[in-house]
Write a protein that binds this ligand. Structure first.
Ligand SMILES: Cc1cc2nc3c(=O)[nH]c(=O)nc-3n(C[C@H](O)[C@H](O)[C@H](O)COP(=O)(O)OP(=O)(O)OC[C@H]3O[C@@H](n4cnc5c(N)ncnc54)[C@H](O)[C@@H]3O)c2cc1C
Length: 88
């Protein structure tokens, strides 16, 4: 779901150790109730945030992203909310 493998290319002399020691990665947690099609065993909500099998309940936040995105999650969450709000 989330790939933490990176290729590091070092140009130049003795700074490789310092660069490698300072390289790190992190992720903002998302996707705990992922969006997906009906019948998908991993899907919790549909494309409008409605919880499969539960009447009258929507989830509209970072948790419904199908996978952890490789971009910033804040604007992505806002985009999801605005897209679903237009359909409600
Ligand atoms: C330190 C930090 C830095 C970040 N920096 C960036 C960045 O630079 N760029 C970027 O794109 N993303 C960034 N993010 C990620 C981004 O903030 C989140 O992905 C985004 O806010 C998720 O939105 P959300 O609506 O799912 O959850 P949240 O924004 O966490 O909203 C959840 C809301 O629910 C409220 N709440 C919780 N429990 C209850 C309750 N019982 N009753 C009522 N309300 C409740 C909370 O108070 C909160 O307001 C950062 C996150 C962190 C933690």
């Amino acid at each position: 779901m989330f790939d933490t493998t990176y290729d590091v290319v070092i140009l130049g002399g003795g700074s490789a150790g310092a660069v490698l020691a300072s390289v790190d990665s992190y992720a903002h947690p998302t996707s705990t109730v992922p969006m997906g099609a009906e019948g998908d065993p991993g899907a919790v909500v549909d494309a409008q945030g409605r919880v499969w099998g539960v009447e009258g309940l929507r989830v509209v936040d970072a948790s419904i992203m199908p996978e952890i995105p490789s971009i910033a999650t804040n604007v992505t969450t806002i985009m999801i909310a605005e897209a679903i709000a237009r359909r409600v």
